[in-house]
Design a protein around this ligand. Structure first.
Ligand SMILES: [Zn+2]
Length: 305
């Protein structure tokens, strides 16, 4: 049996009521609708400490770690997203928790709404649009390394909101824009381009651990940082890399210097945000903290038998 409450009612229930039922109910807070590429938060408050927990979304599973809250509750928090190319429609998100030899699944239906992304036309060297035969194996190897690295995201949440700005510069190409290179349509812009001169320091958006620090065909010198819970960030086209794989980094720590390596039309920082391996829009997370992302969301109270 489940009942819906407004978030205000939920907080009243959690904070003001010492009723006996409080120990037997879970509270699920998540959005009912999101836009393509929009990052969002889901939160599940449990009246017990789960032995393990998994977030299941669009065919992928991400282990999450529960944190203790006041009042005998534990909280699971997931920062989740879709790609700009995600088909609009209804999708089911689920949190599955194991405790005391029992498995419980908490489902939530989310409507993904379409967004009209503008088109941008760019001219780059032809070998960056249609890569020569001899580099195709290299590109495939690099994209496999990235996928495997992102799959290793820790269960432990190290990310904090809002994200720190990696450079001071303004946005020169927003997330999701449909890109046409030398007249040929390519994938939507997977990240956000920020103005940065060659040599400008590039800072980590959140605490984490370096997954990859290497040179790729398209991204040039690139650093991938895992922030845990399926959240990762990428910093591309660097002129210099100052960190190595496995290294722990703080929010705002310098990872390297901006540059113009890889497929670029000039110096800038390409910032990628990955949520469970999908390219999401980082921009909303520079302004919003966790409370702002959950504000106005509806909550669902679920009886635990
Ligand atoms: Zn870019």
């Amino acid at each position: 049996m489940a009942r819906r409450f407004s978030l205000v009612a939920l907080f009243l229930l959690l904070c003001a009521s010492p009723c006996p039922a409080a120990g037997k109910r879970a509270l699920f807070i998540a959005p009912q609708a999101v836009f393509q590429g929009e990052p969002f938060l889901v939160e599940l408050r449990l009246p017990f400490d789960p032995e393990s927990a998994v977030l299941i979304w669009l065919g992928r599973s991400q282990p999450l770690e529960a944190r203790p809250l006041d009042g005998g509750f534990w909280v699971l928090r997931g920062l989740v997203g879709t790609q700009a190319s995600q088909k609009p429609g209804r999708e089911l998100l689920a949190l599955r928790v194991e405790a005391g030899g029992r498995s419980r699944t908490f489902p939530w239906q989310i409507e993904i709404k379409g967004r009209a992304f503008p088109e941008s036309r760019l001219t780059v060297p032809e070998k960056m649009v249609v890569p020569p035969e001899e580099v195709r194996a290299r590109i495939e190897r690099e994209s496999r390394r990235v996928r495997e690295a992102l799959d290793r995201s820790m269960a432990e949440n190290l990310w904090t909101l809002p994200l720190a700005r990696p450079v001071k510069g303004i946005v020169t190409c927003p997330y999701g824009w449909r890109r046409v290179y030398n007249g040929k349509p390519r994938n939507p812009h997977s990240g956000v381009d920020l103005r940065a001169a060659v040599g400008a320091p590039v800072h980590a958006v959140a605490p984490g651990r370096v997954l990859l620090a290497e040179e790729h065909y398209f991204a040039g010198n690139v650093v991938y940082v895992d922030h845990g819970g399926g959240v990762a960030s990428a910093y591309a086209h660097l002129s210099r890399i100052d960190v190595g794989p496995g290294q722990a980094v703080e929010r705002g720590q310098t990872l390297g210097l901006a540059g113009a390596t890889g497929r670029v039309t000039g110096p800038h920082l390409h910032l990628g945000l990955f949520l469970q391996g999908r390219h999401a829009d980082a921009m909303p997370l520079f302004e919003s903290d966790e409370k702002a992302l959950l504000d106005g969301r509806e909550g669902l109270e679920v009886a635990i038998d």
